[in-house]
Design a protein around this ligand. Structure first.
Ligand SMILES: *[C@@H]1O[C@H](CO)[C@@H](O)[C@H](O)[C@H]1NC(C)=O
Ligand SMILES: *[C@@H]1O[C@H](CO)[C@@H](O)[C@H](O)[C@H]1NC(C)=O
Ligand SMILES: CC(=O)N[C@H]1CO[C@H](CO)[C@@H](O)[C@@H]1O
Length: 694
């Protein structure tokens, strides 16, 4: 055949195939379920719900032991050695710690298994009874994983607590679960000592760092032992394991809810195993070649599932922290390697807020460079965008390779250059950021939707699905059902697709809230066939191909004085696009006819804006108070609102600019960087009433 014809026809065929593929591929299929009537779907891969991907494996303890036998000599856990710490002082007198970190040092599966068995025995030798609960309260690190697996081998339920939760939440969760052993780092031990007046049940503390602060040693009659000593005790006095069953509670996870005290979600071994199994069937070719960069809090279900997953397939896990991820991260000494460049991971997990930051960082760099290199980047980006959206040129592999070589290679080097898959969860990811990651990192994103209460089970997008804004079909372990919510105007009979409150069912759905029958009854139901369902309070719609899209949250829809409904989350997402803002909280109430907003501004962007406008100011906070600044930021928000076609009543009529960002440390956002409305409302009560008064 004439080569020219081949050249012209081949891409056309690919295009047609791809189109028919995308249009016809049913990723979720209608499911026959019991319980409250609604529209239900399941994963296309299997008609019955999956509970384990490994024959004969029913608990996380069995799964880990199996992997250690199979991959004995492969590397499992890696941690970087600390070479030096410098303290730098900035011109305004604040001090920063800068780290020089070395190469990763690795433990094999075999060695980790020995440590886990020793730790399990040591725990028993210390006197921890198996029906007592232990808490792990620390940042993500090697010993976190070892302690977790050690507890599993003794059928000890592990209570997890975010390291950034406040004192009140800490004492509440330790007290409620009557924890007797706390496993923590040196820094967390200090906050424990500060809270200790209220901790009646704690008898012993295991400190992951060897240099135990001396004031902790004598405090409050606790027995404080170093992690290394516990392992040594266990090595010298081995104790038989006491393995759990599938229905035994593996973890009680305290979630930093956006209201009130945290609630402990009880998850069984079977629950977590179902999610781990399901995610494994969806991420393509996960195996011993994979290297995972671990830096999200282990107390987040996404990270807990991810680490157990990687350790089940023979992959390796290298530990890092959010502040040392890249070469330019805050805590990395200039000129030294960040975690990603030292590890060169193939798989990472991320929450959307982190991916948004990566995107903004790259665009900022490109814009700062300007000139030809910006033109080249923009062109490359536009071409790849076109290609991914399925246009004709998408089939030209050569062009892709060219842009890859000229432009995207440098972006990919930021994360080590080998990323092939990113798991995203915790909140919906914006379409823009998803495209950015697809294009610049050349990697698919598996976007998951799930909650702690469903053990992160729910939905997960297929790696070959190039659409944006959706969270995929149900995981093989979950049913997704929409039920009518008439008050909010959502119905499963809506066209073009059914809409309603999302309810998740299956073996992944957890037992409920610890010692909180009332809240459990409110959100969990068991149907006549014995399937457990969790009522998420999220509003979604299901596309023709069986994929879910999250469109709203029940709690975040407020009725204004004249009866219009405002969806706070939807409006915030639209306004956040403004480059001048760092975050935003929209406030609406039934006593007023308009909304207002609190807006922590983007420090560098606003300074740049002010200098362009020629607005003089002494302090940054002073700039934020100026009327012309407020007007400027408001105008920018209105512009974004119009682009997103928001209604007039949805646009905040008045705003208050805040000069300080909202961070997890301040308690105003969760560790996953979701805003905590109630806390923010309380903290800024005065500002809010001023907005309505003026
Ligand atoms: C594991 O521990 C729980 C709680 O103490 C207990 O109810 C259960 O029977 C134990 N499982 C086994 C297999 O012993
Ligand atoms: C701890 O729990 C007990 C009951 O288990 C309760 O009576 C007590 O008030 C709690 N203390 C704190 C500080 O929460
Ligand atoms: C693995 C697991 O926990 N399976 C449970 C799923 O839910 C049903 C019904 O509630 C239980 O019977 C299973 O044991």
């Amino acid at each position: 055949m004439n080569p020219y014809i081949v050249g012209a026809v081949f891409p056309l065929i690919v295009l047609l195939l791809r189109h028919s593929n995308n249009n016809r591929k049913r990723r979720g299929l209608p499911a026959d379920v019991a319980g409250e009537p609604g529209y239900a779907v399941r994963n296309h891969r299997s008609a019955s719900l999956m509970s384990s991907a490994w024959e004969g494996v029913t608990t996380l303890a069995e799964l880990f032991e199996r992997a250690c036998r199979e991959h004995q000599h492969r590397l499992l856990l890696g941690t970087r050695v600390l070479i030096s710490t410098d303290i730098e002082t900035s011109h305004d007198g604040r001090t920063f710690e800068k780290l020089h970190l070395g190469e990763y040092q690795w433990l094999t599966y075999g060695k980790v298994f020995e440590s886990v068995c020793s730790f399990a025995s040591g725990l028993a030798v210390l006197g921890h009874l198996r029906e007592e609960r232990a808490a792990i309260f620390a940042d993500t690190r090697e010993r976190w994983f070892i302690a977790l697996q050690g507890c599993f081998r003794r059928n000890v339920t592990v209570v997890t607590i975010y390291a950034s939760l406040g004192q009140e939440a800490l004492s509440h969760s330790l007290n409620e679960t009557e924890v007797t052993t706390v496993i923590c780092g040196r820094r967390e031990l200090k906050s424990l000592v500060d809270t200790c007046g209220q901790l009646d049940s704690v008898k012993r503390v295991i400190c992951m760092d060897d240099d135990i602060p001396s004031d902790a040693l004598s405090a409050h009659g606790w027995v404080v032992t170093s992690f290394a000593d516990v392992e040594r005790l266990g090595r010298e006095n081995p104790v038989d394991p006491d393995l759990p069953l599938s229905a035994d509670v593996a973890v009680i996870m305290y979630t930093s809810g956006s209201t009130g005290l945290p609630k402990g979600v009880m998850m069984t071994h079977g629950n977590v195993l179902a999610t781990v199994s399901s995610v494994m069937t969806i991420v393509p070719n996960l195996g011993p070649k994979d290297v995972y960069l671990a830096y999200l809090p282990m107390a987040h279900i996404l990270e807990l599932v991810a680490e157990n997953l990687i350790a089940s397939v023979g992959g390796c896990i290298g530990y890092g922290t959010p502040l040392t991820l890249t070469d330019t991260s805050n805590k990395i000494k200039k000129g030294k390697q960040g975690d990603a460049t030292a590890l060169m991971p193939t798989v990472m997990a991320a929450v959307p807020a982190i991916l948004d930051r990566v995107r903004d960082g790259v665009f900022k760099k490109v814009n700062a460079k300007g000139g030809l290199s910006k033109k080249l980047f923009d062109l490359a980006y536009a071409r790849r965008l076109q290609a991914i959206k399925g246009s004709w040129f998408g089939a030209w592999g050569l062009e892709k390779a060219l842009w890859q070589f000229l432009v995207f290679r440098k972006v990919q080097a930021i994360l080590g250059g080998r990323i092939r898959f990113i798991l995203s969860g915790g909140a919906p990811l914006s379409g823009d950021t998803q495209r950015f990651i697809n294009i610049c990192l050349g990697a698919p994103i598996g976007q998951g939707y799930g909650l702690t209460e469903t053990c992160a089970g729910g939905t997960f997008s297929d790696f070959d699905d190039t659409s944006v804004g959706r969270v995929g079909p149900p995981l093989p372990c979950s049913y997704i059902k929409l039920i009518d919510w008439s008050e909010g105007g959502y119905s499963t009979n809506d066209s073009p697709m059914p809409r309603g409150e999302i309810v998740i069912g299956g073996p992944n759905v957890t037992l409920g809230y610890f010692k909180n029958e009332e809240k459990t009854k409110e959100s969990y139901k068991v149907d006549e066939r014995g399937t457990r369902w969790f009522y998420t309070g999220d509003i979604g719609r299901i596309h023709k191909d069986g994929c879910l899209e999250i469109i709203d949250r029940k709690k975040d829809i407020v009725k204004l004085q004249h009866g219009e409904y405002v969806s706070l989350g939807k409006v915030e997402a639209a306004l956040l696009v403004s480059p001048l803002v760092d975050n935003i909280m929209l406030h609406a109430d039934p006593f007023h006819s308009y909304c207002v907003a609190l807006v922590p501004v983007s420090h560098p962007a606003l300074e740049e804006w002010a200098s362009k406008q020629g607005i003089p100011y002494s302090e940054f906070s002073d700039l934020c108070r100026k009327e012309e600044t407020v007007k400027g930021v408001h105008a920018s928000l209105v512009k974004e609102a119009k682009k997103a076609r928001l209604e007039k009543f949805e646009i905040p009529a008045k705003i208050k600019l805040l000069s300080d960002p909202w961070t997890p440390d301040s308690g105003l956002v969760t560790a996953a960087l979701k805003i905590k409305r109630d806390v923010i409302r309380k903290t800024f009560q005065e500002e809010l009433s001023e907005l309505y008064a003026s």
